[in-house]
Ligand binder design. Structure first.
Ligand code: SF4
Length: 70
């Protein structure tokens, strides 16, 4: 599974990530995206949601630490 960093300062709570990948991302009570705690999302779902973010608030890294997105 990719390592995920959600930049809370960038996130504007638009929910695009959640709409594209509801098994990976949700928007919490603060209006900030978080990973769905009970889920083991696929890399494909993580990437699909990250690509939907209009402000590139979701960074993904592979197991070697290489940046996958953005
Ligand atoms: S798509 Fe981006 S800005 Fe919108 S809730 Fe998800 S992380 Fe935040």
């Amino acid at each position: 599974m990719y390592r995920v960093i959600i930049n809370e300062k960038l996130c504007i709570g638009s929910s695009n990530c959640m709409e594209e990948a509801p098994d990976a991302y949700e928007v919490d009570e603060r209006g900030i995206a978080v990973l769905v705690a009970s889920s083991q999302p696929s890399d494909e779902a993580l990437l699909r949601g990250a690509r939907a973010c209009p402000v590139d608030a979701i960074q993904l890294f592979d197991e070697a630490g290489r940046r996958v997105h953005p």
